[in-house]
Write a protein that binds this ligand. Sequence first.
Ligand code: DX5
Ligand code: ZN
Length: 218
Amino acid sequence: MKKVLVCPSILSANFACLMSEIERLEEAGADILHVDVMDGHFVPNISFGVPVLRSLSASCDMFMDVHLMATSPCRHVKSLVDAGASSITFHAECDDNISDCIDMLRKCGCRCGISIKPKTPVDAILPYLGLVDMVLVMTVEPGFAGQEFMPDMLDKIKQIRRLNSKIDLQADGGINPKNAKSVLDAGANLLVAGSAIFGEKDFKKAVDNLRFPGNYPA
Ligand code: DX5
Ligand code: ZN
């Protein structure tokens, strides 16, 4: 069983005091910062990009896990890596050639993830499972925080874990202490959470309730 890593999505942070929010996350024991970069084309929303990532990585040592929701991810890879991305996850549904995306990330010395939206079957990423560090299964339609978790996605997580026992497997969208156990039991080892963390006053409690969902009162 791989170690469970909790990855707060800063999309739900208060951007007026982003750095102090991140310091509170570090103190709370959050493992990884999940940085949702959206291009307003691949998804119907624009979030933030290189300048924000650059400022954050200059001011904190946390692992920067960029979730790149962009139609043409390759063109953004170099600038995101230069800005401090530790890992970049692109979408299997993008317009770029998937092998090119993986090669480009490898050349930049960046960890590499591939993501599938809810309607995309696991078959779409089968040829790449041995080539990437992480698979991200979207458990909502990408684009916005605060949506409801889609339980049907648990089968996809199970399927991927059965195919590869070693790969990092991340779930993203609507994850909260009530569904976290089922997501971990299905085989995910990285949990992304926006609302379930930033919606709580006590970040440590929020992080612990995801990492140890068995302790959460039903
Ligand atoms: C959605 C993003 C998610 C989202 C998570 O497109 O990829 O990372 O911010 O937020 P919650 O946990 O609120 O669904
Ligand atoms: Zn995300």
